[in-house]
Design a protein around this ligand. Structure first.
Ligand code: OGA
Ligand code: FE
Length: 398
């Protein structure tokens, strides 16, 4: 294992190590406390867009920072808060998330199992003028009274952005983007999400099921990525939980008693500058820190994954991205077979090593059969154990 990042704290933290491990991030303040991620990182390679190694890395599912592509040039050249302010529809309400802690995405509509989980991230809808005005009210870290940090996250397809901003979007380097899309077999462009994060706003460790060409427009931003090969060290919330795809571990103050494998996580990182494009392959865990300028601006170019031709799938599966899909499918199967509440109970009992009888025993037999078909039989049992170990000790509502 590599060196810990220099200047980082020791892994045990007396003030928070004793917490349950869920919720310690609720009080995290990156800037106030000079927190540092508790896993070692190597730099993500930076490649010019004309360098064949750039597309080569993408082809093998590795992250890369691509320079010089001019993908989002009109936005990089022009987009500032002032520029946007005078061009958006003044009535249009945009999604602004706020929290005093870390920005962990969750969606109550995804909770199929009645898990007891309350997000500290509030979703507001407000005009762009209200957003910029709130950004100007001093935060606690500057002697003000505002506790929350703000993060605008709105799709550019929203009509409220108006015709001039749509024109800037149209003048992006779509030619190059289409070439990359074709060459790498990406599916359809699904969304362009505009992200305006205030300094101190941190996005929690999670993965998405899409390819992402992530364009930095304004200010700098640190990105930290972890390969899906480390899935078992990050203990993502279960499928059927509101925080599905998010790690249960606080990367700044990990509870290693509860999540011991986190100690072996290794990642990669970069500081994105305006004009840089970060390729984030699907299923790679990622986190972001806005910690340089007062705010930073980025836009995603998200592409759907095309399901591989079943005849071309390599079995037993070794590709870490495919193995994540298998895990998700095993969890989805269980939710369907048992229903949400019972599935949560089944996984919790199995994870704790309790004896399973009746339909729980039958479900486990079925999961073993499915895993044995897709994963090397020599390791399919370990694969299944990791699916449940320390992931399902989550309270359920009465
Ligand atoms: C993403 C993402 C969050 C951020 O683009 O997938 O998680 O803070 N972005 O930019
Ligand atoms: Fe993401």
């Amino acid at each position: 294992m590599g060196e810990r990042p220099s200047g980082s704290r020791p892994l045990s933290c007396p003030t928070r190590g004793a917490l349950s491990g869920q919720g310690s991030w609720e009080r995290l303040d990156l800037l106030d406390e000079e927190l540092e991620i508790q896993f070692p990182v190597r730099p993500i390679p930076r490649k010019d867009w004309t360098d064949p190694e750039a597309i080569g890395l993408m082809r093998v599912g590795q992250p890369v920072v691509i320079t010089g592509s001019n993908l989002a040039k009109p936005m990089v050249d022009k987009w500032t808060l002032e520029y946007l302010s005078t061009r958006v529809n003044p009535e249009a309400k945009m999604l602004v998330k706020r929290t005093p802690g870390i920005f962990m995405h969750s969606d109550p509509a995804k909770d199929q199992c009645s898990y007891d989980f309350e997000s500290r991230v509030v979703w507001d809808k407000m005009t762009f003028a209200d957003f910029t005005q709130q950004l100007e009210t001093p935060h606690r870290s500057e002697g003000g009274s505002r506790e929350d940090r703000l993060y605008l996250q709105e799709g550019l397809s929203m009509e409220g952005f108006g015709p001039e901003l749509a024109k800037d979007t149209c003048e992006c380097n779509w030619k190059w983007l289409n070439e990359v899309q074709r060459e790498l077999g990406f599916g359809k462009l699904s969304d362009n999400l505009l992200l305006i994060g205030e300094r101190g706003a941190v996005t929690h460790c999670h993965y998405d099921e899409q390819h992402n060409l992530y364009a930095q427009l304004y200010g700098r931003k640190r990105a930290m990525l972890i390969s899906p090969a480390h899935w078992n060290k990050l203990y993502p919330f279960p499928v059927g939980h509101a925080a599905d795809r998010q790690s249960q571990v606080d990367a700044y103050e990990p509870n290693l008693a509860r999540y011991p494998r986190f100690a072996e996580v290794e990642g990669v990182d970069c500081v994105l500058e305006p004009g840089d494009i970060l390729y984030m392959p699907e299923m790679w865990f990622h986190m972001f820190e806005n910690k340089y300028e007062p705010h930073s601006m980025s836009v995603t170019f998200w592409f759907n994954i095309v399901n591989p031709d079943p005849r071309s799938i390599e079995v037993p599966m070794r590709d870490p991205r495919m193995r994540c899909t298998v895990r998700r499918n095993l969890e989805k199967f269980t939710l369907q077979a048992l229903g949400g509440r019972k599935a949560a109970e089944f996984f919790r009992k199995w994870g704790r090593g309790e004896e399973l009888t009746g339909e729980f025993a039958a479900t486990l037999t079925k999961l073993r059969e499915m895993a044995a078909m897709l994963i090397d039989p020599a390791e399919s049992e370990a694969f299944l154990r990791e699916l449940v170990s320390s992931r399902y000790d989550i309270p359920v509502r009465a």
